[in-house]
Every structure is written in C-alpha cells, then in structure tokens.
Design a protein around this ligand. Sequence first.
Ligand SMILES: [Zn+2]
Length: 353
Amino acid sequence: MSKMIEEKIHFPVQQAAKPLFVGMNLGGAYLKIGIIDNEGQIVSFFATPHYADRGPEEATICAAEAVEEALEKTGVPLSDIAAAGYSFPGALDPKTELLHRPPNFPDWEGYPIAAKLIEHTGIRSVYFSNDANAAAFAEFWIGAAQGTHSSCLLLLDKGIGCGIIVEGREIIGAHGYGGEFGHMIIDPSPGARWCNCLHQGHLEAYSSSTALARRTLELVQVGHKTMLAEEIRPQDDLFTIARKVYEVADKGDELALHLILDTARFLGLGIVTLLHTIDPECVLIGGEMMFGGKGAKIGNLFIDRIREEIEHRSFSGLGRKLKLDFASLGAYASTIGAAGLAREQDSIFSIVE
Ligand SMILES: [Zn+2]
C-alpha cells in the first residue's frame, strides 16, 4: 500500500504555466515531490518515506514509483514534464556525475543517481543538486532573494548548509563542494571547537543548533543563573536543547539571549568573509534555527546582531548595502529549487539544440 502523503495546494493544474517540472528533495525521513510550474508555483506536493537505508537502487526505484503516483494524482501525463530535479544532502562529482562521499548515506557512494532516475522514471532529463543549493536557488527564483543579482542562503540546522547563487547560477565548484560556508575556519587556535566534520574551528562548531546546545550545556553545568537549569532534561537531545534556549530567551532569560546573540556574532564573522569573497546582494538565514523568524522579538534581535557584526568588520558600505533577511520558503525550498535548477539546465540545453 502506498505511504504517500498528499498536501493540498489548491492550485489547479489547468492554470499552471507550462511547461511543468518535477522537483524532488531527499531530506529528514522523507522524499518530497513537487509538481512545479514554469513560474515556480507548486501545483501539487507529496511526501513519502525515502527508504535511503535500503540502498540507492531500491530507494531510487521507490522514488520513481512515487513520482508516477504523484503525476497520476495531479492529473499530469509524463509527456507534460520537461525535466526533473533531485536535491540531496551531499555532493555529486560534476565530472563523473557519481555521488561523492555522501555523509549521511555512505553506501550511496559512487551511485549515478541522475542517470538512474532517468532510467526508472522515463523523464528525459534529471538534474542533481545539493539540497542547500536547491533551497538557495528557490529563494532566488521566487522567494526572499527574488530580484537580486546574487544571494547566499545559510541554513542553520544540526550543521550549517549553504547555497550560493550568482547571476542565476549555483556555485558547484570543481568537485561539487562549492558553497561549503559552514566549514569556514573562524578560529585557528589550538583550543578551537570541534566541528561535526571532525575538523576544528569551523563556523558550524559555533553557530549551528548543536553548537548552541553544547555551549549552553557548558554554561548551565558551571552554575550560571538561568531558567534552562530547570528546563533541560537529561534525555533532551541537542536540537531540543537549542529549541529550549529560544523558548526561555523569549521569556526574558538573559543567559539564553546572550547565547543566541553570541551565535549571531559568530555568524556575522563568517558572513564578513562571504561578503569579501562573493560580494552578494543578499544573505538569507533559514533552517530550523530562525528564533521565530521575521517579526519575532528574538528573530529580530538575532538579525540585528548579525548585521552589527557585519557592519563593524566589513569594507565600508558593504554591510549597510547588504539585504540581510530570513528565508521565506521553509520546508518547500529544496523541492522548488530542485525543479528550478532543472528548468535552468533544460533551457540551456534547448538553446544548444
Ligand atoms: Zn566542519
């Protein structure tokens, strides 16, 4: 029996701008599938278990079956799909088009994911993208970075994901690792914090949700006065602790607010280097750790503190001119962006043909 979850988008396929695209995003426990029109509007949206632990071949066959079901439920024939995009938490070697050392799924190493999706779905073109790149492209195409020349999206989760878009093109790099901003070195000292990637001093070790939780535990354990001493339970994982830091900061807890603003300070340090390297028009903050997001008290303080650090440390004027904001597309971003990047690729091929 199908385990597909359908989300009602209420966008009639008859009103969609043709051609249509399929966007896929493998993340968390699910494969998300969107039928996306030529203007980035979601015609329909589905989620199904991704079965990645069964190995790449079985998971890909399940993905193809789910795409077929999604098209059927939307009332779209396969022939109406110009191309599909597949976003994934890892990198593809651009020369070999094989997955390269995917951190969460080691047995997917060397799998030709795009070619296999073409084989199993029958869609004529499938474009692979890193999930953060896809999310960044979606924000650039139809989200908070729409209309800008260039933008960077930083996703603050257990790690820090990053996608960089310049003049409508994603930065992939020679080996698929372009935009790994979370692993920028911001502390070269021997005592620097350890990153999730097992190197020291990377931004992710200071500004991810796991980093915030670890710094919180250190201060609570030495006896700082805070509501967190009561709120944190021994069974809490790091993500839960980070969420509780936000909750008590919102209630006025000074230590929690200090920890959040220190997270912003480190992030600002990293973004200064991003500005001096890429000079983007826009930097967006997204992911699970947005502290209530735009308009929320703590969210606003978080953005203000990042901006303060950037303006203090960047070349004159750069920090003031930067559009710094929260991302706007949330959990849909990587699915829309995967389709959007496939659309870009498809239009390039159409010109060549
Ligand atoms: Zn790292």
